[in-house]
Design a protein around this ligand. Structure first.
Ligand code: HEM
Length: 195
């Protein structure tokens, strides 16, 4: 006999992810602002170290063949190289490549949702970086908008992520992946800023 289908709420996967991670998002948003990364270039350097840890830990997901089949063009989206260039622009040492996140396919989608969504908030951060004389060609490359613009770039990613077919019982793992990603970001902030 077939197992009974588990009914999913009518909303899309990304809408469910947004709802499930709202509290975690607002927590990291508050913590980033409390760290005052745009007060001076020293603090901004620390912010780059946070970004280096986070985006660096996701490199193997962005490069993963199976994930690139599910999300065509994924490999082009990693901001890790841009973070490294930003560190070099500021004359800061580039830390060793971070340990890679270990996640199965469903969890990986949640991590990528978190990482790609952070491009939206980056609009605000990018503007703030100009107070330090930085821009998309110097020191704030990884915060610069995608050529298509942030909103349409995000919509394209959301459409691809929503279209991936997964067994119902893996949807919870996608959410768990996104929550783990926010949690890791919070950990990187605490480790680097120590506040
Ligand atoms: C000061 C820091 C931040 C600010 C001001 C900020 C702000 C924002 C804003 C304004 C949006 C758009 C919300 C909407 O359209 O409803 C957004 C979306 C998002 N942000 Fe942030 N953000 C920050 C940091 C982060 C960080 C560090 C991460 C991840 C580690 C992150 C992940 C996301 C995600 C995943 C979304 C997409 C939500 C959706 O599904 O629409 N944000 N953020």
């Amino acid at each position: 006999m077939n197992a009974p289908a588990i009914a999913l709420p009518e909303t899309s996967r990304c809408k469910r992810l947004k709802a499930a991670s709202r509290r975690e998002h607002d927590g990291v948003d508050e913590r980033v602002m409390a760290a005052r990364p745009f007060d001076d270039r020293d603090r901004y350097g620390n912010f780059l170290r946070v970004q280096h840890r986070f985006h660096g830990s996701l490199l193997s997901l962005y490069q993963d063949e199976q994930l690139n089949r599910l999300l065509p063009g994924l490999i082009e989206l990693s901001r890790f190289a841009a973070v490294e260039d930003d560190l070099r622009d500021l004359g800061l040492p580039v830390p060793a490549a971070p340990r890679q996140v270990c996640a199965d396919k469903a969890q990986a989608l949640g991590w990528l949702y978190c990482s790609e969504g952070s491009n939206l908030g980056a609009a605000f951060l990018f503007k703030q970086s100009q107070r330090l004389g930085l821009d998309g060609t110097l020191g704030a490359r990884h915060l610069a908008p995608h050529l298509d613009g942030r909103a349409s770039h995000w919509r394209e990613f959301v459409n691809k992520l929503d279209a991936i077919s997964l067994p119902c019982d893996q949807e919870q793992a996608v959410i768990a992946g996104s929550l783990a990603a926010f949690d890791s970001y919070r950990g990187h902030l605490a480790a680097v800023f120590g506040e």
